[in-house]
Ligand binder design. Structure first.
Ligand code: 5GP
Length: 178
């Protein structure tokens, strides 16, 4: 039996959508310098592809954060494992996240970043599970709105596996319900 229920998004579909979002960011920030903050670990592949399509001067920093809860549902209690290294005061910052589900993780991170007085702060995500939202967090750039299913691949894991898959797959429930 396969570990996957279906392929949700192929490598080519992802590539096109990432280029589209990079273009929108380029248009919005023309003439500015950007600080891109990649939220590890899940966003590492998305962020690498995004910045390679971004024709703007930008610096890139990394924050490692996770919300702890059950294995497939976020609690919103965010733990910062590694903070960024740059001072963001007065800078135009974009937080790059893999997936927004309840929105709890990003709303905590957003407050954390706003307290450091950036010139502006926007959110860019690869996947948005809009129907699961529990907060009023606004996502400024998103590549795909997806249904409520647990997905892996293109940086996203389950139990530290599957990050290296080139496509985004819906994981079969038998993998995590046992
Ligand atoms: P939120 O706080 O918005 O509920 O959850 C966001 C975090 O939960 C994401 O950064 C990601 O780590 C994890 N997450 C939510 N949905 C999924 C999913 O379908 N697949 C994977 N691999 N992680 C998810």
């Amino acid at each position: 039996m396969s570990e996957y229920k279906e392929t949700l998004l192929t490598k080519d579909e992802i590539e096109n959508a990432v280029k589209g979002v990079a273009y929108r960011i380029h248009k919005d920030y023309e003439g500015e310098e950007l600080l891109i903050v990649c939220i590890l670990k899940g966003a590492f592949i998305f962020c690498a592809d995004l910045v390679r399509n971004l024709d703007l001067p930008c610096e890139i920093d990394f924050i490692s954060a996770s919300s702890y809860g059950s294995s497939t549902v976020s609690s919103g209690n965010v733990r910062i494992h590694k903070d960024i290294e740059y001072d963001i005061a007065g800078r135009h910052v974009i937080l790059v996240e893999d997936i927004v589900d309840s929105g709890l993780t990003l709303s905590r991170l957003k407050s954390f970043f706003l307290s450091r007085n950036p010139a502006s702060l926007k959110i860019c995500c690869l996947l948005d599970k809009k129907e699961r939202r529990q907060t009023d967090i606004e996502v400024d750039y998103s590549c795909f709105t997806i249904p409520d299913a647990f997905v892996v691949g293109y940086g996203l894991d389950y139990d530290s596996r599957y990050r290296n898959l080139p496509d985004i797959m819906v994981l079969d429930e038998s993998v995590y319900n046992h």
